[in-house]
Ligand binder design. Structure first.
Ligand SMILES: Nc1nc2c(c(=O)[nH]1)N[C@H]1C(S)=C(S)[C@@H](COP(=O)(O)OP(=O)(O)OC[C@H]3O[C@@H](n4cnc5c(N)ncnc54)[C@H](O)[C@@H]3O)O[C@H]1N2
Ligand code: MOO
Length: 389
């Protein structure tokens, strides 16, 4: 594929989506499967409930009352211990206990009266019993491939009998934050400023399902940058800064030296136009490695994340594309004559402090509106990209 200078923004995003393919399927314990995507459907390994169960604390009874009390069953007990109930028999039972054979219903404790050794109350046939297989039968499809493993998925998989799940491996990501001027602590001083991107990208990449291996600070040193990229074990290397044509902007020389294939080299978007997506020989056979070069201006870097990194990581980790969110933007937004603009919004309101070097608008935003060349009229609909919350 040849490089395109200042590719239209929708084409850049489409190219990032199409650049990779899902990583191999791997087996992970339930704990470690969190935030991965199912590579295979989850089918039930058991009926759920696996046996007829009492839904309430009370009495398992057989036939019409009154009943003779014959014993007690707690959750986890072997129901055979009380044998088969005959009409007129009752067994004290706890929620979740296996129903004894012959039981026709459960009488809740608050509706029961015990007099001597006799039990009185009204109970419906089958009342307060959770029948075996009510939620699923063994072999039923519970969740399709492509489902993100959230805490409820983990719980359901455990209930259905799984110790491990087959999931798409998570992309290993390494971040290289470039710039001699950056400080890691304290206020800006002596012409130097704080690194805003390490702290911004670290939690964001985790929520995107990336296996974030490390975030490294590098100075403006081409040889060190080259060593870092060549020795990285990541599937995706993300750099920040150095994308423009300044004296210490090393990204383009680096990619030339490495013989990288430039998939996106400059995008018609404000902020963020110098962003780059490149393909390099990689750590896994056949798959290659991606390098996303984000511009150094912080909001321009966020624009690069939304345009290139988010679609690429979704694809590699097997996540489906979410349905685009479209919002009627309440106020007119000035457009760029040729380029797309990405503008922080809260609900339907465009926000101030949206310059390329600013994060003040984004920090209170719930999205970035995609403003086409020429701008938006008040009340016009626009796609709004989700931003990290
Ligand atoms: N002659 C031109 N100069 C520039 C152009 C251009 O088209 N022609 N484009 C401008 C645009 S737009 C952007 S965006 C930047 C892109 O710059 P780089 O990717 O090369 O980034 P740097 O020069 O390293 O830094 C730019 C700016 O951002 C600050 N920065 C960098 N990293 C961080 C960080 N981790 N946290 C906070 N701030 C950071 C850096 O100090 C600079 O102020 O180029 C323009 N120039
Ligand atoms: O990418 Mo720059 O201004 O467009 O920040």
């Amino acid at each position: 594929m040849t490089a395109h200078h200042d590719l239209p923004w929708p084409d850049a995003r489409a190219r990032a989506r199409a650049a990779g393919r899902p990583l191999p399927a791997v087996s992970r314990t339930l704990h470690h499967a969190r935030d991965h995507v199912l590579a295979r459907p989850v089918t039930a390994l058991t009926d759920l409930p696996p046996f007829d169960t009492s839904a309430m604390d009370g009495w398992a009874v057989a036939g019409p009352g009154p009943w003779r009390i014959r014993g007690r069953l707690l959750a986890g007990d072997d129901a055979d211990a009380v044998g088969t109930l005959r009409d007129g028999d009752a067994v004290e039972i706890a929620t979740g206990a296996r129903l004894p054979r012959g039981a026709t219903g459960v009488l809740r404790s608050e509706r029961a009266k015990v007099d001597e050794s006799l039990l009185f109350g009204d109970v419906q046939q089958g009342g307060d019993i959770r029948p075996q297989g009510q939620e699923c039968r063994s072999g039923d499809d519970l969740l399709p491939a492509g489902t993100v493993v959230n805490p409820a998925v983990t719980g359901l998989a455990a209930a259905a009998g799984y110790d491990e799940l087959v999931v798409v491996d998570r992309p290993r990501v390494e971040v290289l934050v470039l710039g001699d001027e950056l400080l890691d602590s304290g206020p800006p001083r002596d012409g130097r400023i704080r690194d805003a991107l390490g702290p911004l990208l670290t939690p964001w990449l985790r929520t995107l399902g990336a296996d974030l291996r490390r975030v490294r600070r590098l100075g403006d040193d081409l040889a060190a940058l080259r060593r870092a990229v060549e020795s990285s074990q990541a599937d995706v290397v993300i750099t920040t800064g150095g994308t423009a044509g300044g004296p210490v902007d090393h990204i383009h020389p680096l990619l030339r030296d490495l013989g990288a294939e430039l998939l996106v080299d400059g995008v018609a978007v404000r902020p963020g136009h110098p962003m780059v997506l490149a393909h390099l020989p990689g750590p896994r056979p056949g798959s290659g490695r991606f390098l996303v070069a984000l511009p150094g201006n912080p909001l321009a870097a966020v624009s690069g994340m939304l345009t290139l990194t988010v679609p690429l990581l979704r694809r590699l980790s097997g996540r489906p594309e979410p349905r685009p969110r479209r919002v009627r933007i309440a106020q007119a937004v000035t457009g760029h004559p040729r380029d797309t603009r990405l503008v922080p919004v809260s609900g339907d309101m465009p926000l101030h402090f949206s310059g390329p070097a600013m994060l003040r608008g984004l920090a209170v935003a719930d999205g970035m509106a995609v403003v086409p060349p020429g701008g938006l009229r008040a009340g016009e609909r626009a796609e709004v990209l989700r931003v990290p919350r």
